[in-house]
Write a new protein. Sequence first.
Length: 496
Amino acid sequence: MALNKLNLLFVVILSVYFSPAVESVNPGFKGRITQSGLDYMRDVGLQVLKEEVQKLKIPDISGDAHVPVVGHITYTVSNIRITSFSIPPTSTSLTTKTGVGLTLASTGISLSAWGNWHYSNHGFIHISDSGSFDASVSSTSLMLTLRIGVDNSGRPTISMTTQDCSFNAGYVRIKLHGGASWLYNLFSKDIAGVLKSSINQQTCSLVMKEVNDDLEMQLAKIKVEAHFDKTAWINYSLVAPPTFNGHIDTAHKGEVFPAGTGPHAEAPFTVPVIPSDPDASRHMFLWITDYMFETAGYVYYKAGVLAYNATQDTLPPDFKYKLNTDTFAVEVLLPQLNEKFPNMPMQVNVKALAPPMVRFTQPQVNASVNLQIDVFVINKDKSLTFAVSLDVVVHGSASLGCVENAAGGSSLTWTVKLIKTDVTLKRSAIGKIDTDGLAIGIEFACKNMLVPWINEAGKKGMPLPNAGNVKLQKPVIQQGQGFVKLGTDILYIPSE
Ligand SMILES: *[C@@H]1O[C@H](CO)[C@@H](O)[C@H](O)[C@H]1NC(C)=O
Ligand SMILES: *[C@@H]1O[C@H](CO)[C@@H](O)[C@H](O)[C@H]1NC(C)=O
Ligand SMILES: *[C@@H]1O[C@H](CO)[C@@H](O)[C@H](O)[C@H]1NC(C)=O
């Protein structure tokens, strides 16, 4: 339908927000749209509405009426086109209605239209006539309440009842052309009256149809799961009904689970409690707990993707160190390897032995991961000769930030710090190894090679996704105990 674009805006924003209500459990993430966010949505909505209304296909109106001179008539008004439309943002509001949803109220709406008219009477002497008209409606007010909820299958619902809509066309003026218009225009006030009651009756049923059918149908198609990648999906389901109280607050499951699975055993993690926070300084907020990251780590670990075999060819081209037994690092850390296999390319297989641990704290994120590192040399015939196997626990910390990127969006940035490594030797094929020296060496290598490289990438960061036409504006990240909080304004970018 014609209001699709406006619908789409609602859908995009609501889709991030609404899903099924189940018995209360701690949410893996929470969301909020504040009043300033609603004000922004109102402004964008009105802009879109303005463009859409002018393209609106208004259904023909027909009915019976009693008019002076000709008596009882059947009339048809057809080919109605809207020639101008104005709805002032200053007298329009989009606000929360506690326990219900949202209320949209607007006064001072005006509109002018052009169309064709035709009538015929029911009288003894048959009369019919036709022509065109110019009409304008001004000082019009509209108030509607959108009831927002969730259905059993976990999707957001939106609905309206007759009591949720009121519409009153203030002044209606009409001028007829063609036929015996010179005569009818003498009674234009009466015709305007007929028109006014027809508009008043039909507008709310049109709006209700848009909301109850079109908008509701689009919401019903929303997926309550989002695909991260081919390994992991995330469950957006609401774990409590959304609340409407000055802002829209939502609480979501936020569990990352293996792609393609239906009901599954839940990942064995507890969800940190997100403290209540009255912050309304930005358009919207997200509070994301450790739980989301830990369930993600768990899924990736179980899927066996937390493994990496490094050879010179698989290393990123900007990694400036060589995987060769003759390099300084190997000479210092594993002198036996260099002695036994001089100047040979190496392969280092790294795999996680457990899901990584992530803890949000203030001011940094603590993370640790237990790795098995197997070192091989690569023979001329490409076969591998095993050298050593190590068990390494890496403890690190990270602080997160946001920057604006070249594409005009925002990127998540990070700086990591190595806290310590615990190294134990699992197996050696190159004789006795000094693990203390190796531990110091590995820590040195991490600090001076790996960390600077990760931080170089972290400076540029990772672009934060935009939801359809909605772009994040100047997002700010704050870390709390067990969660990270993202506050952002939003920017709507029209498709064309
Ligand atoms: C998503 O979370 C809800 C609420 O905990 C749960 O009922 C539903 O089964 C979950 N869906 C999947 C695919 O895990
Ligand atoms: C890494 O190499 C080992 C054999 O050396 C192999 O078993 C494993 O599947 C490889 N892992 C990846 C991620 O390529
Ligand atoms: C985070 O790491 C720091 C530095 O190692 C440590 O002092 C702190 O106790 C850790 N916090 C948590 C919650 O693990």
